[in-house]
Design a protein around this ligand. Structure first.
Ligand code: NAD
Length: 330
């Protein structure tokens, strides 16, 4: 059996750490060893990787994907790159877009350049459905033009375009995944579901943007990770794969479910001024990954949401210090 050496960027964050724990866990893959490269920004935490810390197939490097020398050294020693590292919170991008351009665009290009220089076999660019922009009805297929609206989604779209340019210009095996909104354990408590759950668990009010009518497709992080693995192992070079198919809900509907699970009422909700440029609805068409790679989300939304709330209830020791980090909550 040949063992693939994978460089996972952003592996101390929410989705990247789930990916690493899955691959190195008891039901994972024997044919990989993983190095995580992570800057440990406010969003990254080594506690997310505690479960794999002692694995002989795991190695951690603290560093920045924009650091040319470090990235060169690491990429040279690995067969594949799975690129999660990003500034990922839309609200922060509205206030500090510069950090997003630096990491999501320049950092991505730095990794691609090293991948080209050292002959990386496969480069998976983990991206988001937000690059397509808002859609009133129907769903975006991969061929849709990109029309991002927030600084976050614009920088992710830019990263995707640069990645595809390395495929088209140089023939680098780049595969792009674009996933809908994720939820699950270990998500930083500034994103909607963990923000609402941790506030409700504290007996505090939750802030609902605008009229609560914005619609998102919610996918459990485990289903996202399974989709990324299908693309890494069986996807085609130069192809984009949408990943989604969780549960499509308005923020108001999601709030109702969270209130129900937490045993609270609408008096725990504050309607707040809408987010600037708030996209009304995202929806991706997942026909391609389903047909080509047999992707199928396995989690039932309401069951997995209740389990996620249970995880936050049981793991105060994980999220309380994160909420106290200076400037952590947008
Ligand atoms: P996250 O914010 O939880 O984690 C990001 C990680 O990247 C952190 O560990 C952080 O320390 C690290 N990082 C940030 N800047 C870095 C840099 N310059 N160098 C090295 N490491 C750096 O994000 P997430 O929610 O886990 O998202 C991971 C990826 O998935 C992102 O690319 C995001 O765009 C994409 N994505 C997220 C979602 C979602 O719902 N969360 C949906 C679709 C796609």
């Amino acid at each position: 059996m040949s063992v693939q050496a994978i460089l996972v960027t952003g592996g101390a964050g929410f989705i990247g750490s789930h990916y690493v724990r899955t691959l190195l866990g008891p039901h994972g893959a024997d044919d990989v060893r993983i190095t995580v490269l992570d800057k440990l920004t406010y969003a990254g935490s080594l506690t997310n990787l505690a479960a794999v810390r002692d694995s002989s197939r795991f190695h951690f490097v603290q560093g920045d994907i924009c650091d040319g020398q470090l990235v060169d050294e690491l990429v040279a020693r690995h067969d594949q790159v799975v690129h999660f590292a990003a500034e990922s919170h839309v609200d922060r991008s509205i206030r500090h877009a510069g950090d997003f351009v630096r990491t999501n665009v320049a950092g991505t290009q730095n990794l691609l350049e090293a991948a080209l220089r050292y002959g990386t076999d496969t480069f998976v660019q983990v991206s988001t459905d937000e690059v397509y922009g808002s859609i009133e009805a129907g769903s975006w297929p991969e061929t849709s033009p990109l029309s991002p609206n927030s600084p976050y989604s614009a920088t992710k779209a830019a990263g995707d375009l640069v990645a595809m340019a390395y495929y088209r210009t140089h023939g680098l095996d780049v595969r792009v995944t674009r996933c809908s909104n994720n939820y699950g354990p270990h998500q930083f408590p500034e994103k909607m579901i963990p923000l609402f759950v941790t506030r409700l668990l504290d007996g505090a009010k939750v802030p609902l943007y605008g009229d609560g009518g914005n619609v998102r497709d919610w996918l459990h992080v485990d289903d996202h990770v399974q989709g990324i693995e299908l693309v890494r192992r069986g996807g085609r070079a130069g192809q984009v794969y949408n990943i989604g198919g969780g549960a499509e809900l308005s923020n108001k509907e999601l709030t109702q479910l969270l209130l129900d699970v937490c045993g609270d009422g609408w008096d725990s909700v504050d309607y707040v001024a809408d987010r600037k440029g708030h996209d009304r609805r995202y929806s991706v068409d997942c026909t391609k990954i389903t047909r080509e790679l047999g992707y199928r989300p396995a989690r039932d939304f309401e069951t997995a949401l209740a389990a996620t709330v249970g995880w936050y209830r049981e793991n105060r020791a994980w999220w309380e210090p994160l909420r106290k980090r200076a400037g952590a909550i947008a």
